[in-house]
Write a protein that binds this ligand. Sequence first.
Ligand code: ATP
Ligand code: MG
Length: 555
Amino acid sequence: MAEATEKPLNFIEQIIEDDLAAGKNDGRVLTRFPPEPNGYLHIGHAKSICLNFGVAQKYGGKTNLRFDDTNPVTEETEYVESIKADVKWLGFDWAEELYASDYFDQLYEFALKLIKKGLAYVDDSTSEEMAAMKGTPTVAGINSPYRERTIEENLDLFVRMKNGEFAEGTRVLRAKINMASTNMLMRDPIIYRIKFATHHRTGDKWCIYPMYDFAHGQSDSIEQITHSICTLEFVPHRELYDWCIESLEIFPSKQYEFARLNLSYAITSKRKLLQLVNENFVTGWDDPRMPTISGMRRRGYTPEAIREFCDRIGIAKRDNLIDVSLLEFCVREHLNKVATRVMAVLDPIKVVITNYPEGQIEELTAENNPEDHESGSRIMPFSREILIEKEDFMENPTKKYFRLGPGLMVRLKHAYIIKCDDIVKDENGEIIELHCSYIENSRSGNDTSGINVKGTIHWVSEAQAVDAEVRLYDRLFKVEDPSREDGDFKEYLNPESLQVITAKVEPALKNATLDTPYQFLRKGYFCLDPDSTADALVFNKTVGLKDTWAKEAGK
Ligand code: ATP
Ligand code: MG
């Protein structure tokens, strides 16, 4: 057992501890995870989930799941359901399931309050005119000609916007802040716009919708969120976040920002992932090559491994690219503890054990997981005709080759030592089978042969072995950082990211289940795919036993 080591606090934890020490929020910690339901969650969201739920748990607090569904155009109920399933699968429970759209009435009241305080106005300018008046980061903007409308006039127009009297794009409500602010977002930002769109929850009740900056902080405040954690692109929004809360005199939630997680050889943007789905570059959001939570689940990644990964990378204040090998390392490390060991031959060659009685079938017992002695055991048939991996035989073996070759001996895992006596070739010189002899008293667990062999290989008994489709995955992209490359990110897709083969697997796998991780001995970790049926097994390769990419890079 590893010793529990005291980990230094990350900066969010430090802020929370300081707040608790100062007696803020009556010692309460309430965070939220606020996805927009416009796609499936990805590894970046997993990071945000682990952070938000993790710190709340650590300090005896709670976390709300809030759907940030203020944009009626892109949101769908399918996404809401997938998001809930993914958060649960990752192992977290939310205190309340909430929707920003539930606050539309309240947000509308907030807008009226701002107008009444002389802090918001209806602007009739076109979007081009507004853009022209906005200025640049170095040049102050100019005031809109509608900026000095009276409170009465603004109230009247805003109510009529809500009542559907004006066409889309003809009027907006803007906060009256400062057209000369060095922060462009403070230059009278739009807070409400007209949109005749059906919302997935409120239907056609509204034809005006609040902008992100007039919904997010207010939602935080309504729920009395104490620490509103978001990613760095919201740093410039913080000033507006605080301005709205102060102007509306509502609960002072506070926003804190950390760096987004970017993963090498992957894309973490729902918009781009949606393109891959819609344009059939992948089979769906849950394609095992996708960095989505549902894709990783189907690939055989475990929640424990993903949480460990999120924990190990910590939280940064500056954007960086995390090596996907670290995620794979965490997956491998967890699967090593929990995977059921089985034998599967991915690229078979036949071996006939010439001195083994014809028709005899021996039932060998094998432990399911040597890392976990409570995992039980299973029965494996052994017979005269078996299959081994082609790459475990070499016709002209090099000096340090400890597997099978002419005259060489090797141990068959859980079974006997065999020696290769003969190679059978077809008319083209292709090897079709190997003739071997076995050492009768060398059976694993009861070996009295006194023979020492260096190599052990896996095998299956040919007659009882079962066919299985095996999907081998490589990275979805050929380049480390596809979003940073020139041109369309889709040009950098790896055309060899999926290879489908037919393997021969041991018969115990006929009873494979979706929630059991497997280690195909010497080959890697695999899981059953939902496409599998009773008579057509399908497995996904989760990850190899070693980091083959690191080896290749070091060549
Ligand atoms: P995308 O660009 O993929 O659509 P998003 O930020 O628009 O991402 P949201 O649904 O708004 O997606 O995100 C919900 C929460 O997850 C937000 O708090 C957001 O900051 C966080 N989040 C999104 N992507 C990442 C990431 N790559 N790393 C860390 N947190 C992220
Ligand atoms: Mg977003």
